[in-house]
Write a protein that binds this ligand. Structure first.
Ligand SMILES: C[S@@+](CC[C@H](N)C(=O)[O-])C[C@H]1O[C@@H](n2cnc3c(N)ncnc32)[C@H](O)[C@@H]1O
Length: 223
């Protein structure tokens, strides 16, 4: 009973810290609450179904809603890099998420790394089988979004999978409700995302059990 109460208290605390960061920097955080368990599971599904050892990059990990799910499905030979730009969230990942029993063995064996940096600064190419994103893609300027996609494509192996989520109807609603430069930005960003979805999406799940409801999208750039 008391461990259940502690769990609820921790979850409320996490939501509060998330909301506080959102109020300070809405464009960087891009959501008022962490993802639900159902959305975390949907966005990680191609990785869960993978056969054999995989290398995974999570970008925009926040307070770890998706990371925690990854910890539960990580296999012994898998490797996971977690990228988060905001120091306060990276501290939570380091001191609360990566210290949990799901992660301790993998962290001790050097199979999980926390990268405290912007996704745009990630080096290397052909490194990952899966990139799983919580980034607020539709909040970026078009040039930033193009850069983020080009880094993700460079980092993915040729057959790798890019999984991300976006809130149902958010892009359309934001476009209708905004004016001038903001509306033009949203139109350009939306066009870019739609082009990528049309050309590369091979699977999509709509998750109603999240606030707000979201699409988990899965893209393969070789397709
Ligand atoms: C919508 S939150 C998602 C948090 C978590 N993955 C979830 O699903 O609850 C977006 C996260 O992306 C991070 N972020 C935004 N821009 C970033 C960038 N350029 N590089 C790395 N992380 C970034 C923010 O700090 C924030 O933690």
């Amino acid at each position: 009973m008391s461990s259940k109460r502690n769990g609820i208290r921790a979850e409320v605390g996490e939501r509060w810290r998330f909301l506080r960061r959102y109020v300070r920097n809405p464009n960087l955080v891009g959501a008022i609450a962490p993802s639900s368990k159902a959305l975390a599971a949907a966005v990680c599904e191609p990785f869960r179904l993978a056969k054999g050892a995989s290398t995974v990059l999570e970008v925009g990990a926040g307070t770890g809603a998706v990371t925690r799910h990854l910890g539960r499905i990580l296999r012994e030979a898998d490797r996971l890099d977690i990228c988060e730009i905001q120091p306060e969230f990276a501290d939570i990942l380091e001191h609360e998420v990566l210290c949990s029993p799901d992660f301790i063995p993998a962290v001790q064996r050097g199979r999980v790394r926390l990268l405290r940096q912007a996704v745009q600064t990630l080096p290397g190419e052909n490194r990952y089988d899966f990139v799983i994103s919580g980034l607020p893609l539709s909040a970026f300027e078009l040039v930033e979004l193009e850069e983020v996609f080009s880094v993700i494509r460079r980092c993915l192996k040729p057959d790798g999978v890019f999984s991300y989520f976006e809130y149902v109807g958010l892009r359309k609603t934001s476009r209708v409700l905004s004016f001038g430069r903001r509306r033009a930005r949203m139109r350009d960003v939306s066009r870019y995302l739609n082009q990528n979805i049309r050309a590369h999406e091979f699977d999509r799940h709509t998750v109603l059990g999240n606030f707000p409801p979201a699409h988990a999208r899965h893209l393969r750039f070789s397709a």
